[in-house]
Design a protein around this ligand. Structure first.
Ligand code: URA
Length: 315
C-alpha cells in the first residue's frame, strides 16, 4: 500500500487542476474551440503521429499553491463522514438502459483496491455535490483494464443507480465500446466527478478539484494501457489543453506515460449525429494503438467492421 500511496501522491502532484474559471466549462464551451489562456502547468504532450497532430503542451509556470489539491483533500481509507447511500443503492423504479454488469474482471489486488476506493468515494463529503446526490458513481468495469473511458459526471439515471453511463448517452457509449471489441466488463468507465451535478450542469472547478485525488487514485490502480477522454471537461481535466474538443479529438496525448486519445462525448453525439463517423474514426485509432501497445482485444470479431483493421497479434 505504501508504494501505491506514493504513486498516487506523485500522480496527484503531477496532474494539476487545469480549470481556471467556471466559464471554462460552461456548456457552450464543450464543443467550442475558443482561445484559452496557457495552462498553468501540464504533464501532457501530444505524440506527433503526423505533422498536423504536432502540438506540445510544454510544462509552463508552476501551479499556484492555492490550486494544488491540499493534502486534507486527499481521500483517506477511513472517514468520520456521515453514512451515505450505498454505492449500489438502486431505486425500485429504476430500469437501466444497459445490462447489469457481470463479474468484475481484474487482478485480486486491483479489485480490492477498487473496493476501497469506492468505499472512500461513498463516504466523501469534500465538495457540495455530496449534499444533493442519491448515490456516488465511482465507475465500473475491469479492475485491470487495457482501455479506460473518462466522462464528465453522473446524470440523473446514474445518480439513481450508482452506475456510470446508463442513460441514453450510456447506451450509445456501450455500443461504441462494443464496436471497439470491448464491453463494459472488459473496459473501465469512470468520470471526473463521482457525484451528480444538480440539473446535469457541467461540474464546477472546485468540484473537479475535490474529486481529482479519487480520479488519480483510480487511474493509478487501474493502470490502463490507454485512456479515452469523452468531451472537453474530461479532456481538459486530464490534459490541461487549451484547445476545444474539435481540435484535439482523435489525437494522441500522453499523461504520466499513458497515451490519452480524446473524442466527443456521447451526449454530444446524440445532439449531433452527423459527427458519429468522427467518433468511429477515433474508435479505430484507439483500437489500432491498443494493439500496437500489446493489448489483446476481447472480441476481435468486432474489428472486421474497421476500414483498416489492425494486424492480427503475432502468436
Ligand atoms: N453519464 C456519466 O456517467 N457520465 C457522463 O459524462 C454522462 C452521462
Amino acid at each position: 500500500m505504501a508504494e501505491s500511496d506514493d504513486r498516487v501522491r506523485r500522480a496527484i502532484d503531477a496532474i494539476r487542476v487545469h480549470v481556471r474559471s467556471e466559464s471554462d466549462f460552461g456548456s457552450d464551451a464543450i464543443e467550442r474551440a475558443a482561445p484559452r489562456p496557457a495552462p498553468m502547468a501540464s504533464t501532457a504532450t501530444v505524440v506527433a503521429a503526423s505533422p498536423e497532430t504536432t502540438i506540445t503542451n510544454e510544462p509552463t509556470a508552476p501551479l499556484a499553491p492555492s490550486r494544488v489539491p491540499a493534502p486534507s483533500n486527499e481521500p483517506v481509507a477511513t472517514s468520520s463522514a456521515p453514512a451515505r447511500p450505498a454505492v449500489d443503492a438502486r431505486s425500485p423504479a429504476f430500469v437501466p438502459r444497459v445490462a447489469p454488469l457481470g463479474a468484475r474482471l481484474g487482478s485480486a489486488e486491483a479489485r480490492a483496491e477498487l473496493d476501497r476506493l469506492e468505499a472512500d468515494v461513498a463516504a466523501c463529503t469534500l465538495c457540495k455535490l455530496h449534499a444533493t446526490r442519491t448515490c456516488t458513481v465511482p465507475g465500473e468495469g475491469n479492475a485491470s483494464p487495457d482501455l479506460l473511458f473518462i466522462g464528465e459526471g453522473p446524470g440523473e439515471e446514474e445518480d439513481r443507480s450508482g452506475r456510470p453511463f446508463v442513460g441514453r448517452a450510456g447506451e450509445l457509449l456501450t455500443k461504441i465500446i462494443g464496436a471497439m471489441g470491448f464491453s463494459r466488463e472488459t473496459a473501465h468507465i469512470a468520470n471526473i466527478v463521482k457525484c451528480r451535478p444538480p440539473g446535469n450542469r457541467v461540474p464546477e472547478p472546485d468540484e473537479i478539484a475535490a474529486c481529482q485525488p479519487y480520479l488519480m487514485r483510480q487511474i493509478v490502480l487501474l493502470k490502463p494501457k490507454l485512456i479515452c477522454t469523452l468531451g472537453l471537461p474530461a479532456t481538459r481535466t486530464i490534459l490541461g489543453i487549451t484547445q476545444g474538443i474539435k481540435a484535439v479529438r482523435g489525437r494522441e496525448f500522453v499523461w504520466n506515460d499513458i497515451p490519452v486519445i480524446p473524442t466527443f462525448h456521447p451526449a454530444y453525439l446524440l445532439r449531433n449525429p452527423d459527427d458519429k463517423p468522427l467518433v468511429w474514426q477515433d474508435a479505430q485509432t484507439i483500437v489500432r494503438r491498443l494493439v500496437q501497445l500489446g493489448a489483446s482485444i476481447p472480441n476481435p470479431d468486432a474489428l472486421k467492421k474497421f476500414k483498416d483493421p489492425p494486424p492480427e497479434p503475432s502468436a
